[in-house]
Design a protein around this ligand. Structure first.
Ligand SMILES: [Zn+2]
Length: 469
């Protein structure tokens, strides 16, 4: 049986400062090597000070993944030399003196299959190595330490996945869960990274690293399974090794042999004391835990009669579920949910568009209110929505500016209807036998009014004229 396990690294991007110093956790906007200090650069004599908020946010992740959480946590030094690691060791966690990492023995459900979480630990991210030009040919390697020391949560699963598809589903669920906890923004470049271990029946475990996106991870795992199966068929031994995903060629390639765990010479980080996490703190964190995605989904379905599909889409997305909760006033909840999933999600389908959008909850509840009370048509609402997203004006103003108000003046509408009836004589003749034709005539009236005719009034007047009751 194929066995796949994952190691996911998730940055706690919602923190103010790095894990052991006061440099900014949000390193992305800095010029290279300007978001650094003696602590994150490992200057002798500097001392780390643990970020309490990082421990809390990491613990929230552990709790949301049903993990056991420790009474005290300890930090360890993982010693190795690499240019992106200025201290020559990484401060991380290791469960050798009992379970002292942020969490262990958790679980998460993926398509009715339970995936076990082996361990969750808190550690620091190294800096970034930047190669000028292509990796193989470059003569110049640059290092940017702005990221060094930013807080990272490592989530290690048991090898419980059997297919690349399950891996992808798991990562989608995990990334929604982490976004919902408001501890990280998985959409940011490099905020969530994953390595995979793949082994087929009877073969050795192969680790795949350097995978840029979840989409590539699925492809890399798929490629690796195929490669190992092909070796097994030809009776060639599958060696235990680390391979890298070559994004250009879409294959995995063997990397130089990696140090064994023992060679890291882990030892306790003596500059950070063991930290007690009392039951009081754990209880307090439980009260801060946001409603889970599945409970939100159930609530949307039972309370507002929203379809399971719409409820699922809405509840899984933190941005849109917040917009929904703020805009909904119980009566129009279903309409608002539908407007978000059918119109707004398409218009705001990227992080950049969401950040630039001027649409707020009041706009949304007004739009639905105007549609249900026939002040504007759905077609006009779409035009208004485009405009509001761009300039954020109140809906009433946008309707005046774009002249979107419904034609609900009976005499004006009556004249247009007479025009349509005179032009569409054939349809008028058949309308009594075939009631579908009335929709065609409503469409013609809408065309003439540029989608602004009050739909109910139009229907009533048309029926009166045609003598249909
Ligand atoms: Zn620093």
């Amino acid at each position: 049986m194929t066995k796949i396990g994952l190691e996911i690294h998730c940055q706690l991007t919602k923190l103010e400062s790095k894990l052991f110093c006061s440099c900014k956790a949000d390193y992305r906007e800095f010029e290279p090597n300007t978001n650094i200090c003696p602590v994150c650069m490992g200057i002798p004599g500097s001392l780390p000070l643990l970020n309490k908020s990082a421990v809390e946010k990491a613990t929230l992740i552990a709790m949301a993944l049903d993990c056991n959480t420790p009474d005290k946590i300890a930090f360890f030094r993982k010693n190795y030399f690499y240019p992106d690691l200025p201290k020559n060791f990484q401060i991380t966690q290791l469960n050798v003196y009992g379970n002292t990492s942020i969490g262990w023995s958790g679980k998460i459900k993926v398509e009715d299959k339970e995936i076990r979480i082996r361990r969750i630990q808190l550690e620091e991210d190294p800096g970034r190595i930047i190669y000028e030009g292509a990796t193989e040919k470059t003569k110049l390697t640059l290092v940017d330490y702005n990221r060094a020391g930013t807080p990272l949560v490592e989530i290690v699963t048991e090898p419980d996945f059997e297919t690349p598809h399950q891996v992808r589903e798991f990562l989608n669920i995990l990334s929604d869960l982490i976004e919902n906890l408001n501890v990280s923004d998985p959409g940011l470049e490099g905020a969530m990274r994953a390595d995979a271990n793949v082994s087929i029946e009877g073969g050795s475990k192969v680790e795949i690293k350097n995978i840029g996106s979840f989409h590539d991870l699925e492809k890399a795992v798929h490629f690796e399974i195929t490669r190992q199966e092909s070796l097994a068929e030809r009776k060639i031994e599958i060696i235990q090794e680390t391979r890298h995903w070559d994004d250009g060629r879409k294959i995995t390639v063997s990397s130089r042999t990696k140090e064994e765990e023992a060679e890291y010479r882990y030892h306790l980080e003596a500059d950070i004391p063991w930290i007690r996490i009392s039951d009081n703190i754990k209880n307090e964190l439980q009260t801060r835990m946001p409603e889970s995605i599945s409970s939100k989904k159930e609530r949307y379905i039972s309370k507002y009669d929203i379809t399971p599909q719409v409820a699922d889409i809405l509840a899984s997305d933190r941005y849109f579920s917040e917009l929904f909760e703020k805009a909904n006033n119980e009566v129009n909840a279903k309409h608002i949910a539908n407007m978000i999933t059918t119109d707004i999600m398409g218009l705001l389908d990227t992080r950049e568009k969401r950040e630039l959008s001027k649409l707020n909850a009041k706009h949304l509840s007004d739009l639905v209110e105007y549609i249900t009370s026939n002040k504007i048509t759905r077609a006009s609402a779409k035009l208004a929505l485009d405009e509001i997203i761009k300039n954020g004006q109140p809906l009433s103003q946008v309707i005046v500016d774009l002249d979107l108000g419904n034609v609900s003046d009976e005499s004006a509408l009556f004249e247009i209807i007479i025009q349509v009836l005179n032009e569409e004589t054939k349809a008028v003749e058949n309308a009594k036998q075939n009631p579908e034709i009335i929709n065609f005539l409503v469409g013609k009236v809408m065309q003439k009014t540029h989608g602004k005719a009050d739909p109910e009034l139009t229907l009533t007047l048309l029926k009166q004229n045609l003598g249909i009751v």
